[in-house]
Design a protein around this ligand. Structure first.
Ligand code: TRP
Length: 334
């Protein structure tokens, strides 16, 4: 039997090369060997100050983006279409050591962001966010969770919750999940290659996977190459980043050729950037075509997502039924 994978992503708008190579590409590749559940977590997106209309649009944008890059529709679900996540989350609230939540680095980072954005407001949901994440994972009895290192702490908490529940009900009910770390290229900002590519820094800093060709080329052409602080013969962070992007795109031959030029001191940045742009444009063209095809059948795809969420929900409902029984809840037998 195939092992089970679960992973989730927050609907935060645009998908950039950093998101794609850092996480989503992995999702696509894992589909061949595992049973995969991939969630768009809209309940999690409410933990920060947000706009309801935008949330709705972002969820569907992300769904179409994921389909565009090659995630199978049958593996996708929208978290709030499986409300059992929220129910299990409550139950897990009662199996989570309070003190551990305050130690979460994501909470520390995001609570200060939230506070800055919204006059000191920090939601209790932001604090209990990792409990909902534990529910996302355990409700499907996932064996593996492909995540970045930044999520390790949340996974460790998930394992604690599962163990505590199992101990309390005296049954090895939940599978203790493991992180699945894969080597992923680290893509840096094209405007400031000392920091990770991210949307929060502004438009110049990231390359959107679904931008049109002219924009892709323009952004790569204006990528920072000389940061001024590199020694003679040493590769600058900006050039290194462009090489990383080139390799990530699978352009092995071009990569080898450009590297040879670099080593002999003959790398011309203008030409190099054109080569990188060609590779990115080539990769993204395929994604864009697939996304456009999905968008042309928008209604049909939306219907399919509702269907796949309903199908995935059946597993979640079975877990909730078992958990309530084990936890002494909802006993209607007299
Ligand atoms: N916290 C994750 C992030 O910020 C998103 C997430 C929510 C998640 N639930 C999950 C990831 C379950 C893996 C499994 O990226």
């Amino acid at each position: 039997m195939k092992k089970r994978i679960l992973s989730c992503i927050q609907p935060t708008g645009d998908m950039h090369l950093g998101n794609y190579f850092g996480a989503v590409k992995n999702w696509v590749d894992l589909q061949a060997d595992y049973e995969c559940f991939y969630g768009v977590v809209d309940y999690h997106a409410m933990t920060m100050p947000y706009d309801p209309k935008k949330l709705k649009n972002n969820v569907w944008d992300l769904i179409f983006n994921l389909i565009g890059v090659g995630v199978d529709v049958e593996n996708l679900f929208i978290q709030s279409l499986v409300p059992e996540h929220a129910e299990l989350s409550w139950i897990f609230n009662c199996f989570t050591p309070f003190g551990r939540l305050g130690q979460m680095t994501q909470f520390k980072d995001k609570s200060s962001q939230s506070s800055e954005k919204s006059e000191g407001f920090i939601s209790a949901g932001l604090f209990t966010y990792p409990i909902l994440q534990a529910a996302d994972i355990l409700i499907y009895n996932a064996d593996f969770v492909p995540v970045g290192k930044d999520q390790e702490q949340h996974l460790e908490l998930t394992r604690t919750v599962a163990q505590r529940f199992n101990n309390q009900v005296k049954k090895e009910y939940f599978t203790i999940p493991e992180c699945l770390f894969t080597e992923t290229p680290k893509i840096m900002s094209t405007a400031d290659p000392s920091r990770k590519m991210s949307k929060s820094a502004g438009e110049k800093h990231y390359i959107s996977v679904f931008a049109d060709e002219a924009r892709l080329r323009k952004q790569i052409r204006s990528a920072v190459t000389d940061s001024g602080d590199t020694l003679e013969g040493e590769m600058s962070a900006g050039v290194k980043n462009l090489f990383e992007i080139l390799r990530a795109c699978g352009a092995d031959e071009a990569y080898a050729e450009m590297m040879k030029n670099h080593e002999s001191g003959e790398l011309r940045y203008a030409e190099f950037k054109d080569v990188v742009a060609d590779a990115v444009v080539g990769l993204c063209a395929e994604f864009k075509a697939r996304k456009e095809e999905a968008l042309a059948n928008k209604k049909d795809i939306k219907y399919k997502i509702k269907q796949s969420s309903a199908e995935i929900r059946k597993t979640a409902q079975q877990t909730i039924k078992d958990v309530k029984e084990l936890a002494g809840l909802g006993n209607v037998k007299f």
